[in-house]
Design a protein around this ligand. Structure first.
Ligand code: MN
Length: 288
């Protein structure tokens, strides 16, 4: 099963612009489960996404999208899995394609960022998420999904965040130290607010950018199938308004979509994730 349900001429690995890596990692979930089934559900739903992009007026798939098998090394769990993922992704990055990873829980992002950083040492990260994920440790684990972005900052990456509406006192203090540019969701409710936040982000981020989308950054009315839903999220169009200028003005070298936990009898969450991943590929192709 390949992303988009594409014919062989559009999935040839040598020619493809995009490598899709499904990462069904689910080990430090703190509330609802099911993210391990996320990547397969997104790829399944992607076959229903129209290949003609109505905003970009192109068939993005013509650039070539190659889907890799799920990353499931035998008998490898927790931190060892994440280390193996970082090594695997670093090999993929050498192919010079845009790596599109599908989670899985958000704790995989630091491993992916670490891998991409081997090729782009000045990498910075843009995050869409309900949660700041800046705790130093959670439930005794440093690699927990709740600490994912703290690990990214620890790597030395600048970080910008949108959609954020769930963070602790300690995380606010950390953001106040200037390492992170945060736009809390309740302060980006008008197009003007969004534009101002983007201006700040474009200044804060370096030229080479990794984008991570935790699907719970979007509103749970749009994406109910996620492990830790939070009210007051971004709409579909607000999400695109954040992403579009970053793709247009930065060199986005890799991105991921995380935390889809498919619900029984309701496929909207994985469909939104699939369409978002395809749209982001389109933004990348549009920049050339
Ligand atoms: Mn989150």
């Amino acid at each position: 099963m390949n992303f988009g349900g594409l014919p062989p001429e559009q999935t040839d690995r040598a020619k493809a612009k995009f490598l899709v890596l499904p990462v069904p990692f689910e080990e430090s979930v703190s509330y609802g489960g099911g993210t391990g089934a996320g990547p397969a559900a997104i790829i399944d739903a992607s076959r229903q996404v129209e290949l003609w992009d109505e905003e970009l007026l192109r068939e993005t798939c013509e650039a070539g999208i190659h889907t890799l098998p799920e990353f499931k090394p035998a008998r490898t769990k927790g931190e060892r899995y994440l280390k193996a993922l970082a090594e695997h992704a670093a090999e993929l990055v050498k192919e010079g394609k845009t790596l599109v990873s599908l989670g899985g829980e958000h704790s995989i992002t630091p491993a992916l960022v670490e891998a991409v950083r081997t090729k782009y040492p000045k990498l910075s990260v843009f995050q869409i998420d309900a949660h700041a994920d800046l705790r130093d440790e959670y439930e005794g684990k440093k690699w927990s999904h709740a600490c994912a972005m703290k690990r990214v900052v620890d790597l030395g990456c600048k970080l910008a965040q949108a959609g954020i509406r769930n963070y602790s006192k300690g995380e606010v203090r950390f953001v106040d130290r200037g390492l992170v540019a945060t736009a809390p969701a309740h302060l980006t409710r008008t197009p003007g607010d969004v534009r101002k936040a983007i201006e700040r982000f474009l200044e804060h981020l370096t030229d080479d950018v990794y984008i991570t989308v935790d699907i719970d950054g979007l509103d749970p009315s749009l994406v109910p199938g996620t492990g830790t839903p939070e009210p007051g999220g971004l709409s579909w169009y607000e999400t695109l308004d954040f992403l579009r200028p970053i793709f247009a003005q930065k060199n986005v070298v890799a991105f991921d979509v995380e935390e889809v936990a498919p619900l029984e009898g309701n496929s909207v969450s994985q469909f939104v994730a699939a369409k978002l991943a395809y749209r982001m590929m389109g933004y990348k192709v549009a920049r050339g």
